[in-house]
Ligand binder design. Structure first.
Ligand SMILES: [Cu+2]
Length: 80
């Protein structure tokens, strides 16, 4: 992610051995977070670093950055 967007905003991942891991990397100078509509784990609100989440169930997982809001910073992880 950067200021102020997720790139790419939509990602499709395929599970291997039942799990798919997604990693978000922070770039830019603003604070952001990754907050899922379906609940935690969420990332911290931070300026740099990374966050990873493992997905064991298929589905469409939507998330936003709560600092900048859904209209500005949102994304979707499609897990197959
Ligand atoms: Cu943000």
């Amino acid at each position: 992610m950067a200021d102020n967007f997720f790139q790419p905003a939509t990602v499709t991942v395929t599970r291997a051995n039942g799990t798919a891991q997604m990693v978000w990397n922070w770039s830019g100078g603003n604070q952001h977070n990754v907050t899922f509509d379906a609940g935690p784990p969420h990332s911290a609100t931070q300026i740099s670093g990374s966050f990873s989440r493992d997905f064991s169930d298929p589905g469409s997982f939507t998330y936003i950055c709560t600092v900048h809001g859904r209209a500005v910073m949102s994304g979707t992880v499609n897990v197959e």
